[in-house]
Design a protein around this ligand. Structure first.
Ligand code: PRX
Length: 649
């Protein structure tokens, strides 16, 4: 079946999803309307599911011009209390909070109850306090996908410290940059990580990062048992430092707008920015979105395959599920090790009911054939989810038919690090699905499609996706640089939050994300600024200039396509291309490894010296027919050279 035909077809939610749902179509309409017409009353009601130390005085308290975003002002609460302690106090202490499935299928599964989680978080919290961490301090966490990563985040939330989780696959330089930017004096890491049987020397990466920036203390969780160097006075083994700490640790009362965490993400310019989320709004947003989008029921096993280093891991492995008292699975490994059926084997083994993953993983598994899926009993699955990039209808159909046997709804959830949680999605029992479309706005979300001049477009149309009103999960600033926050998100279309995404809205009010419209590329669902890769390339002594764009990639969605100009006298070649790939990997991390290196004697520049990226994007896409006007280039002949270079690849 052609993609277009599949995409146009409505797929009704299966009967079982319609029968057991918190929210059917009419309820959605009524709740959505109320969330827009009476936002204060609506969010006051949603927030009432949380335990507040002091209830908020004001619900929505924001402006996009000038930019000041506050929610639940006057309220105090603690997110760790809401995610952990209150379940124990309510007699749900023996419910499993986290199931840990290790990288090695024969390794030990850990099951941690809410009461166990409370003990572990207190132990970590008191250890941090003993090392001198206090309310408001920033703590960098770079960890494998092990329960201690969640303990560390929750421990920070408990004592009012601000966590900054750095993905375990980042290079020492990337870690150092992030530690420095938020002046984080404490680092929590593990000795090592292992993914798909491949070791990652996490502590050694932290050591290398600390050659460039200072930290007061490093807390090291023993995990793989690999040999590490411990610097006396600075480095502490967690199992030693936590000996004999007190068994209680009060939850610090936090103001709703006190910072909860910083998470670095790439933008179109400059270095990654520290997106800051505050406590109250983020808590309400992750609790509410998890509840309605995943329609969680007690006793179900929920599995989100993201890494804790990304926002999906924050919101939908830790804070969303745990605030709902859910049982969340944490998986240390990768989809294709030891074989391509690993995901499905884990689903069958733990009888997973809700499975939330990314298009890139789905595409890579789809390629390996249906046999890996069909040999496992996946009858426990009730709901499938997708996040991170547009899912092509072909992959959607495979996910729906082969994984879900056509009987399970799919929620395609569009959101961003900055939005804190899900913004556009169908709800499982309420909406028919359209393969490739994220669907409808979540409660309180007001999407607008805007043209290049800032005109708001009505009806079925295509434009740049903005959000016209604040929602509780919205990031409030960029750490240490509020002006950059204002510039990045609110200056293109004053008075609106600009997402950086292009989007189409169809006649049924469904939203279809078409991808980034800025210089950010989405590689396997991870955001990467082209400027970051360019800066890494030009650091290489043989490179004169570089321009990086996204190019279609079967598995990753977008691949990293690098145009490179060498210094005079340097010779291009496969050897040098491999060297440049390794160099970028070293500078940023494996996720930034270039897919294509295209050596060129020059780049298409205007007479004023500006690189015309539009042309570079088209050539990388093998689309030579619509290059547009090239007559304003300083040297129009470079276009032919670039096309020849592309065709000869
Ligand atoms: O382009 C959109 C894409 O991922 C970007 C956000 O990336 P990040 O902040 O890393 O967060 C990823 C996980 C929430 C968006 O600007 N994106 C995310 N989800 C979808 C998507 N594009 C299409 N469909 C989605 N479901």
């Amino acid at each position: 079946m052609a993609d277009a035909t599949i995409a146009e077809r409505w797929i009704e939610p299966p009967l079982q999803a319609r029968e057991h749902t918190l929210c059917d179509a009419d309820t959605y309409e009524a709740m959505y309307r109320r969330s827009i017409e009476e936002p204060d009353a609506f969010w006051d009601e949603q927030a009432a599911r949380l335990e507040w130390i002091t209830p908020p005085e004001t619900i929505a308290d924001w402006s996009f011009d000038p930019v000041a975003i506050r929610w639940f002002t006057g309220g105090t609460l603690n997110l760790c209390h809401n995610a952990v302690d209150r379940h124990v106090a309510a007699g749900r202490g023996e419910t499993i909070a986290l199931i840990f499935e290790p990288d090695d299928p024969a390794g030990e599964v850990r099951r941690i109850t809410y009461a166990g989680l409370q003990r572990e978080v207190i132990r970590m919290a008191n250890t941090l306090k003993q090392l001198g961490v206090a309310r408001g301090d920033r703590v960098t966490i770079t960890m494998p996908m092990i329960p201690e990563a969640a303990f560390a985040m929750l421990a920070c939330a408990r004592i009012g410290a601000v966590h900054s989780v750095v993905f375990g696959g980042f290079s020492p330089d990337a870690i150092a940059g992030r530690v420095e930017d938020c002046a984080s004096d404490w680092i929590i890491c593990a000795d090592g990580a292992v993914r798909g049987a491949k070791p990652v020397p996490l502590k050694a990466h932290v050591d290398a990062a600390l050659q460039k920036v200072a930290a007061k203390a490093v807390l090291v969780v023993r995990h793989t048992g690999v040999d590490v160097t411990m610097v006396a006075g600075r480095d502490h083994w967690y199992h030693e430092a936590s000996q004999g700490v007190a068994e209680d640790c009060p939850c610090e009362p936090m103001a709703a707008d006190d910072p909860l965490f910083i998470l670095y993400t790439s933008g179109s310019t400059g270095k990654p920015k520290g997106v800051l989320h505050t406590t109250g709004g983020y808590a309400v947003w992750t609790e509410t979105t998890f509840r309605y989008v995943f329609d969680y029921r007690p006793g179900e096993i929920y599995w989100c395959t993201a890494d804790i280093g990304w926002v999906t891991g924050h919101s939908y492995i830790v804070y969303g599920p745990l605030q709902n008292g859910a049982t969340a699975l944490m998986f240390e490994g990768v989809p294709n090790h030891p074989d391509h059926d690993r995901f499905w084997q884990v689903v069958a083994k733990h009888k997973v009911n809700i499975f939330y993953s990314a298009p890139t993983a789905i595409r890579s598994l789809m390629r390996e054939g249906d046999g890996h899926v069909t040999k496992h009993d996946l009858s426990s699955l009730r709901l499938l989810g997708s996040v991170g990039e547009p899912i092509n209808p072909e992959a959607w159909r495979w996910y729906h038919q082969v994984v879900g046997k056509g009987a399970v709804p799919i929620v395609d959830t569009w959101w961003q690090t900055e939005t804190g949680g899900i913004m556009i999605t169908t709800l499982p029992g309420a909406h028919p699905m359209k393969p490739g479309s994220a669907g409808r706005p979540f409660f309180g979300v007001c999407p607008q499609l805007v043209d290049g001049d800032g005109q708001v477009l009505d009806g079925a149309t295509e434009g740049n996706l903005c959000i016209s009103r604040s929602w509780p999960g919205q990031a409030t600033t960029i750490y240490g640089d509020h002006e950059r926050f204002v510039q990045t998100y609110f200056s293109t279309y004053p008075g609106k939050y600009f997402t950086g995404d292009g989007c189409r809205r169809d006649e049924d009010g469904y939203y279809w994300i078409t991808g980034r419209v800025d210089d950010v590329i989405n590689v396997s669902g991870h955001r990467l600024g082209t400027a970051e890769v360019e800066s890494a390339l030009v650091l290489h002594p043989r490179v004169a200039e570089a321009a990086v764009v996204g190019a279609p990639h079967d598995i990753k969605g977008q691949g990293i396509y690098c145009y490179v100009t060498l210094n005079v006298g340097e010779e291009p070649g496969e050897g040098l291309a491999a060297e440049l790939r390794a160099h970028v990997r070293q500078e940023i991390g494996p996720i930034a490894t270039p897919d294509f290196v295209h050596f060129t004697p020059g780049l298409p520049k205007t007479r004023s010296g500006k690189i015309m990226r539009r042309i570079l994007r088209k050539i990388a896409e093998n689309d030579f027919g619509s290059l547009g006007d090239t007559s304003t280039l300083a040297d129009p002949s470079i276009v032919e050279t670039l096309i020849d270079g592309r065709q000869n690849r």
